[in-house]
Design a protein around this ligand. Structure first.
Ligand SMILES: NC(=O)c1ccc[n+]([C@@H]2O[C@H](COP(=O)([O-])OP(=O)(O)OC[C@H]3O[C@@H](n4cnc5c(N)ncnc54)[C@H](OP(=O)(O)O)[C@@H]3O)[C@@H](O)[C@H]2O)c1
Length: 328
């Protein structure tokens, strides 16, 4: 498995298994199949829906398969994105995983909500809007993240869903620089400027929703009563399908290879055994320069963004809301 050397010296595998929206049993099976097929980077999240799942990923599995990298989201955005919550949440994550340290810990989002302590979830107002915590200071939160590296609870720290100005702000104030930025990145949202910023700052980029997150619209609708107009079908784009035929690969493999060939880490989610195997089977072929450029030309910039987080009603009013230029 090819990997990227992070600024802290760790090697981060270029392909990881995403687990978002999967049910507990599905995740357990998916992790097992993934490990048997060469995955060494499992990306997990702790929230009230997946706590049990994370608990299933026992130390015995990691030991058996000599796992070298566990990327775990830092669940601050919804209800705990405050400096004095950092240590509490990383320790909670470690206890769920039965691990003594993580390889990478991310601040999930730059904005935050008040916590509804009765259900450990974001507090919502009577009109359905989310209760914004506008007092969080991302620089102070970062300082607490640095302390977790110093105390050995995580080897590297990073960011997710921060925009270029926010990344630069953290970087400029940081004693320990962000090692990774995890952002939405796929053929329709190629994030070229952000990638340039990260390259300059020696921050590795992880692409989330690298296949365009098929099925996310149903989730938005069921969970938040929110839906995106014209939800994209990137896997079904004629160019992607044509290249799949040309290389005798699946459309998913073409989309993932487009990113991996540019040294972008990908974390496709799948619970399907055949797709789990296919999504890591990316290193026996290369796309030609011409075909890379053809895929580059599918970029829709901000128009291609799926995760603008407007399903958190009212979030765009948070001072750290990162996507000012989005379709909002
Ligand atoms: N930082 C953030 O805010 C954030 C936001 C969103 C997502 N993420 C992370 O990124 C990971 C991946 O993103 P995502 O789940 O949104 O989208 P994705 O990986 O682009 O797409 C996952 C969907 O594609 C299907 N699929 C997987 N491999 C396929 C293939 N080769 N061909 C066709 N369909 C395929 C999966 O269904 P099957 O399971 O049936 O295969 C699933 O429905 C998530 O697990 C999550 O952890 C992070």
């Amino acid at each position: 498995m090819k990997s990227i050397k992070l600024s802290n010296g760790s090697e981060m595998p270029l392909v990881g298994l995403g687990t978002w929206r999967a049910q507990p049993k599905e995740i357990e099976n998916a992790v097992q199949i993934a490990l048997e097929n060469g995955y060494r980077h499992i990306e997990t999240q702790i929230n009230r829906n997946s706590e049990n799942v994370v608990g299933m990923m026992k130390i015995s599995i990691f030991t058996k398969y000599k796992i070298i990298f566990v990327c775990l989201f830092f669940q601050l955005p919804n209800f705990g994105n405050r400096p004095n919550d950092v240590e509490k949440f990383i320790k909670l994550s470690l206890s769920k995983l039965n691990l003594s340290y993580l390889d990478l810990y991310l601040i999930h989002m730059p904005f935050s909500f008040h916590c509804d302590k009765s259900v450990y979830a974001p507090l919502t107002n009577e009109d359905g809007t989310f209760s914004l915590d506008v007092d969080n200071d991302i620089i102070k939160t970062w300082k607490e993240m640095e302390k977790q590296v110093k105390s050995g609870l995580t080897k590297a720290i990073g960011l997710s869903n921060f925009n270029a100005e926010q990344v630069q702000r953290i970087y400029d104030s940081a004693e320990i620089k962000p090692a990774v930025l995890q952002i939405e990145l796929h053929a329709y949202l190629q994030q070229k400027e952000m990638r340039e910023t990260c390259k300059k700052l020696n921050i590795a980029v992880t692409a989330y929703s690298p296949l365009g997150s098929p099925g996310a619209n149903t989730h938005f609708s069921n969970k938040y009563n929110y839906s995106l107009n014209d939800f994209p079908d990137i896997l079904g784009h004629p160019t992607v399908k044509r290249l799949a035929e040309k290389y005798n690969k699946s459309p998913g493999q073409i989309l993932l290879k487009h990113l991996v060939q540019q040294n972008i880490i990908v974390i496709p989610k799948s619970g399907n055994p055949e797709r789990i195997k296919a999504n890591i089977d990316l290193f026996t072929f290369d796309l030609s320069q011409e075909d890379l450029e053809t895929l580059n030309s599918l970029d829709k910039n901000e128009e291609g963004r799926i995760f603008d987080f407007l399903f958190f009603k009212g979030v765009e009013k948070h001072p750290e809301y990162p996507f000012k230029r989005s379709k909002a």
